[in-house]
Design a protein around this ligand. Structure first.
Ligand SMILES: Nc1ncnc2c1ncn2[C@@H]1O[C@H](COP(=O)(O)OP(=O)(O)OP(=O)(O)O)[C@@H](O)[C@H]1O
Length: 597
């Protein structure tokens, strides 16, 4: 919504008049500047509009209270009933109605409204102080369950934090939490100097002393402040990010005020409302009803922590990053069970059991498979609205053998006209029974090698001396035809796939617990994908490998996943996938911001 400004016709005429007369006052004084700023503030304008609406409504209000002591009358009636010896059925019914707590609560509320007895009663503003006193503002706030904390201790009070100014030694407002009581008042800004709280001077007091005063006060709190011009009232930013790590402020020893912290989980979408502070941003969880923002570590702070951890964590002595912070209570950040028998050196190396014969063999060396530059903090995101004629490809990734191809096949079978998978390319010669473009697109080895070098394949590999691969162009053709392209590539293809060009929706197919994995696959007579030469069941070691690879893929590439589906019962997994597909086609979803700009 566009907000009017002081020069608009929408601006309240009385405020405009006051502003015009103020301009006639030829003074550059701070008090005039303060008044001018106040008269132009959106908050004051909004308040005046609310006031005008109430007054206008009140004029032709045909509803007015006949009584303002309905509850008292009720009590008298109940007393009279008590004296009656015999009462009719109707009397009894009325008696039970009048005794009901809900009914009595309505009557009490009615009386409060009729008597205009609204909470809170703000105490009278203290009379003006000494003429020589600096320009001060007196702000009254209703005490609520919001933080006002200092670095030493913190208590939930009005949605701001305080500290001792290092230079002056005075108590100042350190930070105003966006959407909190102090911010909503529009009258308290970061940098304002606190002189008195509830009439008590804070001179020579510590933030902890001030918090004591606040804690012990009831109802409203009166602040006497020396305003800091030019510092406050920063605009709320519109940045949205996806959190790539878990954060729990209770476990963070460095947060300036624990109560002001905002906890979040990896994958949560956060609205960053302020990045004014280099180390502590203010954020709200998207769609959270709570208006007040909370403190979260800034990108720079979190990056610093991760780098520090990588340097000091013994597991990363081989240069492999550990993707979590010591303070964030991550439980899923690194595989607890190392994938290799020599945990220290290779905890983050690929799981050892790879298929004996793989259809697709990757060029990338497996121990080079993650991005050393990637420091998982926040990814800026924006909403991508569905466009007719363009459906994001659905990509099923997961550990080899977890069931990605089975899920893809089943999804396509629900509607083969709608769900399509690209035809793979191969350099192998066409057999007499085959048709080019049906099961494979046949090309020469030279052409395919050139296209691979030119980055035209999202995945490719070699099997028995022939090249196989999926071209990005064939994916695009499906995407632009309005059908749903379904892919189940090897997880190492993710980096090639996750581009602005293709904008994939990535589903991580997770195995269930080891016991359920064995049980479901055995019951279904599942065939191992670890041995393409013969059809046999999975071995116990292969089941373990599925679980280990899965943990590791999630650890390395989790930041790319839009969703997780556990492939326990195939029918349930498929119904989840169908719901996902529907959302991808019809709902605006969060994607990297660069895909939208
Ligand atoms: N939920 C499930 N319950 C029982 N069996 C399953 C389930 N999901 C998959 N399977 C079976 O497991 C076997 C392996 O599945 P699938 O071929 O889809 O694996 P994949 O993830 O594509 O592996 P790869 O990438 O190594 O080819 C198949 O026999 C399949 O029918």
């Amino acid at each position: 919504m566009m907000m009017p400004n002081a020069t608009d016709n929408n601006w309240d005429p009385s405020l405009s008049r006051l502003l015009t007369s103020l301009k006639e006052v030829q003074s550059d004084g701070e008090d005039v500047a303060f008044l001018s700023e106040l008269l132009q503030s959106k908050q004051l304008h909004a308040l005046v509009q609310v006031h005008n609406k109430i007054v206008a409504k009140g004029k032709d209000d045909k509803f007015y209270p006949l009584l303002s002591n309905a509850m008292q009358v009720t009590l008298e009636v109940l007393e009279m009933f008590g004296e009656l010896k015999t009462v009719s059925k109707e009397f009894q019914e009325l008696l039970s109605l009048l005794q009901k707590p809900h009914f009595q609560a309505i009557l009490c509320t009615h009386d409060a409204v009729a008597q205009k007895d609204y909470y809170p009663h703000l105490p009278d503003i203290p009379p003006d102080g000494d003429e020589d006193e600096e320009t001060v503002k007196i702000v009254q706030l209703v005490k609520s369950d919001e933080p006002l904390g200092g670095a030493l201790s913190a208590e939930p009070i009005v949605g701001a934090t305080i500290k001792t100014d290092e230079e002056t030694g005075k108590i100042v407002i350190a930070r105003v939490m966006h959407g909190g009581a102090a911010d909503r008042s529009g009258l308290i800004h970061a940098g304002d100097e606190v002189i008195e709280v509830n009439g008590i001077s804070v001179e020579n007091k510590t933030p902890a002393d001030v918090l004591d005063i606040l804690q012990n006060s009831e109802g409203t709190i009166t602040f006497k402040l020396v305003p800091s011009f030019g510092k406050g009232g920063s605009r709320e930013s519109k940045v949205r990010v996806r959190a790539l790590f878990n954060y729990n402020s209770d476990e963070d020893p460095y947060i300036p005020c624990k109560e002001a912290g905002l906890n979040f989980k990896k994958g949560d979408i956060l609205h960053i409302v302020s990045q004014d502070d280099a180390y502590w941003w203010q954020a709200r969880r998207e769609n959270d009803k709570v208006m007040r923002a909370g403190l979260i570590p800034s990108r720079a702070l979190q990056e610093g922590r991760i780098i520090h951890e990588r340097q000091s964590d013994p597991q990363s002595t081989d240069g492999k990053p550990a993707l979590c912070s010591p303070t964030n209570g991550n439980t899923d950040c690194s595989p607890k069970t190392p994938c290799s028998p020599t945990p220290n050196a290779t905890a983050l190396l690929p799981c050892k059991s790879t298929p004996k014969v793989k259809k697709i063999i990757y060029d990338i060396k497996e121990n080079d498979d993650f991005d050393r530059e990637m420091i998982p903090t926040y990814e800026e995101v924006a909403r991508l609205y569905p466009r007719p004629g363009f459906v994001r490809p659905i990509v099923l990734v997961g550990a080899p053998g977890v069931g990605r191809n089975e899920m893809r096949r089943r999804l396509i079978a629900t509607d083969p006209e709608k769900y399509v998978t690209p035809i793979p390319y191969t350099s192998r010669p066409l057999k007499p029974s085959e048709q080019n473009g049906k099961e494979y697109v046949f090309v020469t080895r030279e052409k395919m090698e050139q296209d691979i070098t030119d980055g035209k394949f999202i995945e490719h590999g070699e099997y028995k001396g022939n090249l196989y691969g999926t071209s990005a162009e064939s994916v695009e053709t499906i995407v632009n035809s309005g059908r749903v392209c379904v892919l189940s590539p090897h997880w190492q293809a993710l980096k090639m796939l996750r581009t602005t060009r293709l904008r994939p929706y990535i589903v991580f197919v997770k195995p269930p617990s080891f016991e359920r994995l064995v049980e479901t696959r055995t019951n279904a007579n599942a065939r191992s994908t670890f041995d393409k030469e013969s059809s046999r069941a999975f071995t116990e070691e292969e089941f373990h490998d599925i679980i280990r690879s899965s943990t590791r893929i999630n650890f390395l590439y989790g930041y790319m996943f839009d969703e997780e589906i556990v492939n326990e019962d195939l029918a349930i997994a498929l119904s989840q996938l169908l719901k996902t597909s529907w959302r991808v086609q019809s709902e605006p979803l969060w994607v990297p911001a660069s895909w939208v700009q």
